[in-house]
Design a protein. Structure first.
Lengths: 331, 321
């Protein structure tokens, strides 16, 4: 038993040194991977911006399977990382289990809500951003018919579709909105062929602007829109550069800002629920050198007006997830 | 529903049916020779990746196509080695190939292009473009025949026409040549073939090789004709639908064509009309998506005809027991 105190001493020293080590933040990417040109890449860009500005360092991991979620969370928490930021609604269940075990660590979950004293939940008002791009779609459309291609049929994607339809109808009350979902399984996020066919079917019904909120499937939508000479709208990250001249705009979801702010705040982070909408610059329509020729002054003016209206609370965009229904479009 | 809508749906049917058809015929050759192949999905995926990646790198879609077929042949070789030479379990080997392709394609793409497991967009010569059949533009305005010729028959990529020609070719090879007779025999009773002094192993490798070429075409069609590049998991279960079509077609080439066209048609209808109102009931889109599998189960259960697989299918051939 003589070695026992020694062992305990070593353990204590280790624990001390772990505690004394700088509380680096950590970032966990979802299954899409760090360079998905979309959601996760946006999170990565936010973290990189923080590194450039502060010179700090952070730990990160790209998950390979669902089973690794809890493992990754525990590993970073044991490692003393603080805060631990995770991108994706799929972390809700594992985080709810892990968070109470590490009361001194702050967790930040993007796109999901976990009720715990040490968790900050960040939700984006996708319906507001979709409303903005929907307005642009309604104004850009010459046929008066616009399309929406969703990925997997989940409430989050219907929230996109509903906000979009409201925006289209605000710009052109006579417009028709065709909303299609790619599928009901996760394979729907990575089926560009189906995305293409859906786009062609919508074009056949007269659509000349198509909004894709469908992950990898959306790349097929954007490609077909470019091939067929109609407009498309990207999602999450700025996808305007993919097909300049064809991508009308992108519905930005500033995951990068959310990650950046969380890293900046460090352990001072305010826990609880945060909604990032148009007013907080959390969502918006992307205008850059690739699409500025497509956006007329009239459209820009309408966009600014709508943005101000939403900020001031004059325009209220229906949130599908609030009552699981949408007055403007049927699915 | 007006005429032009019908033509558009049929046009979509053709595009959706072609990858199924090629994969289905690939499975047909393999299974007729007694090698079950549930690795069609993985081979298509590997071919889609290689064709997209090489077409982008070289700027030549034909080199990309060859590379895609090469990748698919390589996986076929592994399947052949495991299930013919080493007499392993064909199903396990097929599953392994699916996993291998799903993982490797993303890892290599990430290492090669650094774009998150996909290839950069290809355009121009690096992609199969639609072929306008002679006179298509002239005849376009003719009522009835015009849209059918211009929309439906013309404007597809070369692989579509190759795929449809493969059907009579498959029928001719399997049922009119000596090679075809032996190939079918090796799937029914390899011992008899062996007694006749014909190499069972050689025939089975040939069948697996043909399977590799056809899945290679299917994969390349996805990545370089329908799409402009590879995206991870882009086959999205088409290899399995092709297997269902193969059973539905009772391992016959012409039936395979109709089965694939039917499945493609069901998908096209599901994509065009989300929910179909039949007056009394409304069919949800999920039902249309599930219909190919439901039909296959009905066939397998023996309600409509009987699907009898090749007798020696799935069994490795051992000369002396």
């Amino acid at each position: 038993m003589t070695f026992m105190p020694k062992l305990l001493g070593t353990a204590a020293a280790l624990a001390l040194s772990a505690g004394a080590a700088l509380a680096d933040p950590a970032l966990i990417f979802d299954l899409g991977g760090k360079f998905d040109k979309s959601f996760n890449e946006s999170a990565y860009n936010g973290a990189q911006r923080w590194v450039e500005e502060t010179g700090g360092s952070y730990n990160e991991v790209e998950l390979q399977s669902d089973a690794q979620r809890e493992q990754a969370l525990r590993r970073f928490a044991e490692n003393g990382n603080d805060p631990i930021v995770m991108a994706g609604f799929s972390f809700m269940t594992p985080l709810a289990e892990v968070a109470p075990d590490y009361p001194d660590t702050t967790f930040v979950i993007i796109d999901g809500v976990v009720e715990a004293p040490n968790v900050k939940s960040i939700i984006f008002s996708e319906h507001e951003g979709s409303y903005l791009v929907g307005m642009l779609a309604g104004m850009a459309s010459e046929t008066g018919t616009v399309g929406f291609v969703g990925g997997m049929d989940i409430p989050l994607i219907r929230k996109f579709a509903c906000g979009y339809a409201e925006g289209v109808l605000a710009a052109n009350p006579d417009a028709t909105v065709i909303a299609n979902m790619t599928g009901t399984t996760p394979a729907a996020w990575n089926d560009p062929v189906r995305g293409s066919e859906l786009t062609l079917a919508q074009i056949g019904q007269g659509a000349d602007v198509v909004f894709a909120a469908a992950g990898g499937t959306g790349l097929g939508v954007l490609q077909t829109a470019a091939d067929e000479g109609i407009y498309s709208i990207g999602v999450d990250a700025n996808q305007n550069y993919l097909h300049p001249g064809s991508v009308l705009t992108s519905m930005l979801k500033r995951v990068d800002n959310a990650v950046y702010d969380a890293f900046m705040a460090g352990d001072e982070i305010e826990t609880g629920l945060a909604m990032l909408g148009v007013a907080e610059d959390g969502v918006g329509a992307a205008i850059d050198e690739h699409n500025q020729d497509l956006i007329t002054d009239e459209m820009q003016a309408a966009l600014d007006e709508a943005r101000a209206g939403i900020e001031a609370g004059e325009i209220e965009v229906h949130d599908y997830t609030s009552d699981e229904s949408c007055p403007s479009v049927s699915f | 529903m007006d005429f032009i809508t019908i033509v558009q749906i049929l046009d979509s049917t053709i595009r959706l049916a072609v990858p199924l058809l090629l994969a289905c015929l690939a499975g047909l050759f393999s299974e007729r020779a007694g090698i079950f192949d549930i690795g069609l999905e993985g081979k298509m995926l590997a071919a889609a990746f290689m064709s997209g990646a090489v077409a982008y790198t070289t700027g030549q879609v034909w080199i990309g196509l060859l590379a895609g077929i090469g990748a698919s042949l390589l996986l076929s070789g592994i399947h052949g080695l495991a299930s013919i030479t080493f007499r392993g379990n064909q199903l396990i080997s097929g599953v392994a190939i699916n996993f291998l392709a799903a993982g490797l394609s993303v890892v290599i793409a990430q290492d090669w292009f650094g774009q998150g497991g996909r290839t950069p967009n290809i355009s121009g010569d690096a992609r199969f473009n639609g072929i306008t059949l002679p006179g298509a533009d002239a005849i376009e305005s003719t009522p009835f025949i015009g849209p059918i010729y211009e929309e439906l028959l013309s404007g597809h990529t070369i692989i579509v026409y190759i795929a449809f020609l493969t059907v009579p070719l498959t029928w001719w090879i399997l049922f009119k040549t000596r090679f075809g007779l032996r190939l079918r025999a090796v799937g029914e009773n390899p011992a008899a073939v062996d007694t006749a002094g014909v190499s069972v192993v050689g025939l089975r490798y040939a069948a697996v090789g043909i399977c590799g070429i056809l899945t290679g075409l299917a994969g390349a069609y996805l990545a370089t004709a329908l799409q402009a590049g590879f995206v991870k998991d882009m086959t999205a279960g088409r290899g399995f639908i092709a297997l269902a079509a193969l059973i539905f077609a009772k391992w016959r080439p012409w039936y395979a064509l109709s089965a694939c066209l039917l499945f493609g048609f069901l998908q096209a209808v599901a994509l065009r009309f989300q929910n179909i109102d039949l007056g009394l009931v409304e069919l949800p889109v999920q039902f249309m998506d599930a219909l190919p599998y439901i039909l296959t189960v009905i066939i397998l259960a023996g309600f409509v005809g009987k699907a009898i697989p090749p007798r020696a299918g799935g069994q490795p051939y051992v000369k002396e027991r």
